[in-house]
Design a protein around this ligand. Structure first.
Ligand code: DHB
Ligand code: FE
Length: 284
């Protein structure tokens, strides 16, 4: 049977992708940020899974604002980097895993979570920047990736608790796939940031630290944070953090298994308008 070996949490700031693509990653502004991912890049090389289940949000790129699925699973064999206005990022195309993705869709829908099935989709910075942070600039991504898009762009968006429960359903789905695949689940987006309005530029280090503490040690408490608290304390785009709860809900300790192990934790301000957070949790 397939199993989940680890979860990875990371921000997805588009300017990070641009810094890499334009060869600026060793500039003084960016150097401390990329340093925080050095451990993670080596760890991923040493622990490359068979598949990454990557929870992210589309930024009105693939879906525009005409159609906004709450939860969408990418079942295609491949996904092209999206053109977000400056041409597609010069990164490898993403190979999918249609068999596992279809199985997860079947299982999770039967567990009463309605997923939109996506058979063709370009993937934006929400997915490609986490891959770049964790893998650098390879000629191909190290393994197949199942994109799982969550609406955090237009209200109503799913609650933290619904995301957490969905993660639990995804864990059951993966564990019932009849092939011995090693799967990592990544939760991306965040941390505190607000891109528009009078509070544009808002960063809340205290909120971010508390969120990471809770996510790691008391995930049910993190899942109970209501939307209004994210918006008030972490800014309008801080709500992207609910996606981390999907990955956290898929870990063994919250599904009757052994405690998880914190392998790495990193936090840095600034990156563009955003606080960057990152953690790796391992199942034992
Ligand atoms: C920025 C951050 C985001 O999460 C995003 O999707 C777009 C822009 C920023 O900090 O500039
Ligand atoms: Fe974003």
């Amino acid at each position: 049977m397939a199993h989940i070996s680890a979860s990875v949490y990371t921000s997805h700031v588009p300017a990070i992708g641009a810094a890499l693509d334009l060869g600026k990653s060793s500039e003084p502004y960016w150097q401390p940020l990329f340093k925080g991912y050095e451990y993670s890049k080596q760890w991923l090389k040493d622990n490359t899974p068979d598949v990454i289940f990557l929870v992210y949000n589309d930024h009105a790129t693939a879906f525009s604002l005409d159609f906004i699925p709450t939860f969408a699973i990418g079942c295609a064999a491949e996904f092209q980097p999206a053109d977000e206005g400056w041409g597609p990022r010069p990164v490898p195309k993403v190979q999918g895993h249609p068999e596992l993705a279809s199985h997860i869709a079947q299982s999770v829908i039967q567990q009463d979570f309605d997923l939109t099935i996506v058979n063709k989709m370009d993937v934006d910075h929400g997915l490609t920047v986490p891959l770049s942070l964790m893998c650098g600039q390879p000629s191909a991504w190290p393994c197949p990736v199942i994109p799982f898009a969550v609406n955090v762009v237009q209200y109503p968006i799913p609650s933290g608790n619904r995301c957490f429960q969905l993660g639990r359903a995804i864990q059951r789905a993966i564990q019932s796939f009849d092939e011995p695949l090693n799967v990592q689940i990544w939760g991306t987006g965040g941390m505190s940031h607000q891109l528009q309005g009078p509070r544009a530029g808002l960063i809340n280090k205290e909120f971010d630290a508390r969120f990471m503490d809770l996510l790691i040690a008391s995930p049910e408490e993190a899942a109970a944070i209501p939307h209004i608290n994210y918006v008030r304390e972490a800014g309008s785009e801080g709500i992207e953090l609910v996606m981390w709860l999907i990955a956290r809900g898929a870990m063994a300790d919250v599904n009757g298994g052994a405690p998880v192990e914190l392998l790495h934790r990193f936090y840095h301000v600034p990156a563009s308008n955003t606080a960057v957070g990152h953690a790796i949790l391992k199942n034992n």
